[in-house]
Design a protein around this ligand. Sequence first.
Ligand SMILES: Cc1cc2nc3c(=O)[nH]c(=O)nc-3n(C[C@H](O)[C@H](O)[C@H](O)COP(=O)(O)OP(=O)(O)OC[C@H]3O[C@@H](n4cnc5c(N)ncnc54)[C@H](O)[C@@H]3O)c2cc1C
Length: 824
Amino acid sequence: MKSTAQVVVIGGGVIGASVLYHLTRAGWTDVVLLERRELTAGSTWHAAGGMHTINGDPNVAALQRYTVQLYEELEKSSGVSCGVHLTGEVMLADNEDRMDWLRMVHARGRYLGMETELISVAEAAQKVPFLVEEHFVGALWDPVGGHVDPSGVTHAYATAARMSGAEVYRNTWAYDIVANSDDTWDVVTEQGTITCEHFVNCGGLWAREVGRMCGLELPILAMEHQYLVTEQLPEIAPWLEETGGHGVGAIDFGGEIYTRAEAGGLLLGTYEKACVPWSTTETPWDFGSQLLTPDLERIAPSLAAAFEHFPIFADAGIRNVVNGPFTFAPDGNPLIGPIRGQRGHWVACGVMAGLSQGGGVGLAMANWMTTGDPGFDVWGMDVARFGDWTTPSYTKAKVMENYSRRFSISFPNEELPAGRPLHTSAIHDQLDAANAVWGASYGLEYPLWFQRPGAEAVEQVTFHRSNAFDVVAEEVHATRTGVGLLETTGFAKHEFTGPGARAFLERTMANRIPEPGRMALTPMLNHQGMLIGDFTVATISTTTDPTDGSEGPERFLVFGSGAAEGHHERWFRSQLPHTGDRVAYRPLSHEMAGLSISGPAARQVLASLTDMDVSNDSFRFLDVRRMDLGMVPALVARISFTGDLGYEFWVPASLQQRLFQLLTEAGEPHGMRLFGLRALDSMRFDKGFGAWASEYRPVYTPWEARMDRFVKLDKGDFIGREAAAASLAAGPERRLCLLDVDVDGADALGDEPIWHDGEVVGWVTSGGYAHWSEVSCALGYLPVALTGTDSPSTGFEVEVLGVRRAATRLDEPLFDPSGSRMRS
Ligand SMILES: Cc1cc2nc3c(=O)[nH]c(=O)nc-3n(C[C@H](O)[C@H](O)[C@H](O)COP(=O)(O)OP(=O)(O)OC[C@H]3O[C@@H](n4cnc5c(N)ncnc54)[C@H](O)[C@@H]3O)c2cc1C
């Protein structure tokens, strides 16, 4: 066995083998894979082998499509059969809500080039003749679904990787991982130790245990999963003949089952509601290629549905039942990427659909490791989306919820209840008493909107406008005409201090870092010049803030997306060692609490709480000051995401209740009203403001995202400058645009295709109703040729729930285009 390697991949399931293969394809050949037993000896060997391209998240769908399309090439390059059966799949809807979901998935697939088709129940019955039509209302046909041989796929990846120089060590258990002082790792195995620059945890059922070798508690848990195969059935042979020998796969969402032809009979699998986690605290190392005891009683409701919806099952004998464990993350998406604060430690685990997703996961990992960029949008799969708040109990609650809802409809306005509330801010009870309807992000509860007094604080889930619509309109109106109060504790706050802090931020941010007392909006770019963050940087002079004991003349607070706190912390920590100067960095997380007021009366509210001059001349837009508001020392920042006159207040969490009381009392004479994130979103559409994770993602350049004025190529060197200059010189291919969409009771939400002249030309990044302007808006990316003010602004269509709605490009914000409300 080698004693050194550039990369050690731990785990020889389908994921480890794919990572190894893709690394060699990217040109890294000093790579080895360690497998404790034989390849596939985790969950891979007993997988049903199903592969689908359909997924509610279009980025995951793209990764699945890549995987399915890779198999042909893989077979050629390895000479190993993957047992591919491209049967096509029928996704059956049992009600109109599910049909809406399928319409949405179908529309979203368009801009990814996916060739799905909405079909009638009668057409579905032609493909799957043993279904009972009356149980369904329609279906989606995906010609690219099917199934593969999991063992063949794993061996094909490993063989192709070996042919390019990789080495695979079977029966080699990695039982310890040690960090060396020179940034390398020792992976300790029964056959000796390998020192490496990078290691990848592809431990599958044991990924949690591998993580623990480095002090990491990964949010994954294995669940038991069952499928059965029937005896041969006389109806199957003629069906196979008609369909080219392989039948057609079917997913019956209402019955919560999937089925396909298998060995002259049928395979039937289910994600049952009464689901059971497996090995909740630790996966035994002596668990081999074993199965668990079948429990047909547990899946009895699914079997009953199968008998009704597909009567062919009722009299079929069962040949075989498989019950095996496989792992899930809390949201059911893979966990991939580098680990925060541990250089060279990578994970690719929690992949619950390895045969659909394994290829894409391997490609993203190889791109990321060899170039620093995953190469496509992996936001929904990045391990950094979970922070330290994901304890094993939280993971268990969420994984069970996710498993049991695998075939349930996910509504766009749905907030799932498991594992909540977890973190709450200091004013949670007051907001609850004010009838807040709650959402959660990065572990923290936040108000979505405030239900009217006496009504139940619940939002109906729907693809159309919900019961929140009219109430959110009132919140927006109260804010735009008077003043509104929003809780902002969920924003991320990254603190930088020390003599080297300014130089560090100048190097990491694309805009100039402001002088003390001022704030600046700034994008953050990676080395490829792509957008990896958008922040407000506030510079606070430590000489004027006596409460601050930090070293150095300035303290910097960098405010950003709360959901991306882990992503950004990982990036900041990875860059810290590169500067010679001393910089202290810490995410302030929930220890710093926030409140914000906005609207034309906001200044009067503030003025009533402080002796300081807060007139427009003395306290300008983007100023930041330490102020005493009554007894509360607060940082007050003149900024608001509503696009109105507004102020943000930042205090230690222990002072938030007092500040809330002060603001509530001071706001009362002005009719101040609480508002939540739904109203904030509505007001950002008035202004056409982009938001992180929607308009701003690492797949866009700052020029595409229209952040031109915040990128200072002439300020000196910063990360991504050269690449950004090159992409500017080349000219952006697409630009972010605001559209006015002529809808009918359902707004665009995000990921809908944008049509022009009968062709899909772009996609929506987020959408919603701008209540103040009374316009249904969509933000999205369009080819540059269709974005100039000299090109016609009409002729666009946005496909909302399967219907193409006329849309007009708006070349200036709907509300206050000159920005005078914010600035005066
Ligand atoms: C009943 C059932 C049906 C399924 N059906 C489907 C399906 O139809 N389609 C689909 O896409 N997916 C299906 N799956 C899920 C699929 O099995 C998983 O997505 C996939 O196997 C995950 O692969 P993996 O490589 O991440 O993990 P694993 O297969 O668990 O592989 C991990 C490997 O790492 C090795 N290992 C762990 N720790 C160490 C260590 N310290 N040192 C050395 N080696 C180590 C293990 O021995 C193991 O071989 C099904 C799963 C089950 C249980």
